[in-house]
Design a protein around this ligand. Structure first.
Ligand SMILES: [Zn+2]
Length: 109
């Protein structure tokens, strides 16, 4: 399933989103100018379109240490944290030697 172009654009009251695994992509500008948006939890498999979160000035993206979501956040200069740092969403995450086997969060310090 895809979240379409401009789907939630300028929904200023939106504060947090948790994208389910059933979503495969988020299209252009889907959350553009959601100025109240503080957190977005995004599975690693989701393809994120251009400008999806532009204008979301208070946003932190929560994701995994793979090539997709984290790299997107870095490219768009959006703060990134691991899903394990978003406590309500870390069910099923397992730590081996201090590193989460699901999202890659490092708990060794
Ligand atoms: Zn984790």
């Amino acid at each position: 399933m895809t979240i379409g172009d401009n789907a939630f654009r300028s929904c200023e009251k939106l504060e947090k989103i948790i994208i389910p695994d059933s979503v495969t992509s988020i299209s252009w500008n889907a959350f553009m100018n959601c100025t109240g948006l503080k957190s977005a939890v995004i599975p690693e498999s989701v393809i994120i379109g251009r400008g999806t979160f532009s204008g979301c000035t208070g946003l932190t993206i929560y994701g995994c240490s793979g090539e997709n979501v984290k790299r997107y956040a870095e490219k768009e200069k959006i703060p990134f944290k691991y899903i394990c740092e978003y406590p309500q969403n870390s069910a099923g995450h397992d730590y081996v030697n201090g590193i989460c086997t699901v999202c890659g969060a490092d708990d060794r310090n």
